[in-house]
Design a protein around this ligand. Structure first.
Ligand SMILES: [Zn+2]
Length: 57
């Protein structure tokens, strides 16, 4: 018992985080086309199977 146990939660997926952040920024700037782009990229990223978040929303 020398190692601390890590909480068993899925590692955050960096592309997801970056796209979510970019979408939030775009929304804050009322840049709807950019926000839409972010959602499309997020969807494509998840459908590509390279998403490590393992969540389906
Ligand atoms: Zn992801």
């Amino acid at each position: 018992m020398t190692h601390e146990q890590q909480p068993d939660q899925p590692a955050p997926c960096r592309p997801c985080q970056e796209l979510a952040l970019a979408e939030a920024v775009a929304n804050a700037e009322y840049d709807w086309s950019k926000a839409t782009d972010c959602r499309v990229l997020m969807k494509r990223h998840r459908e590509s199977g390279e998403c490590m978040a393992g969540q389906s929303v």
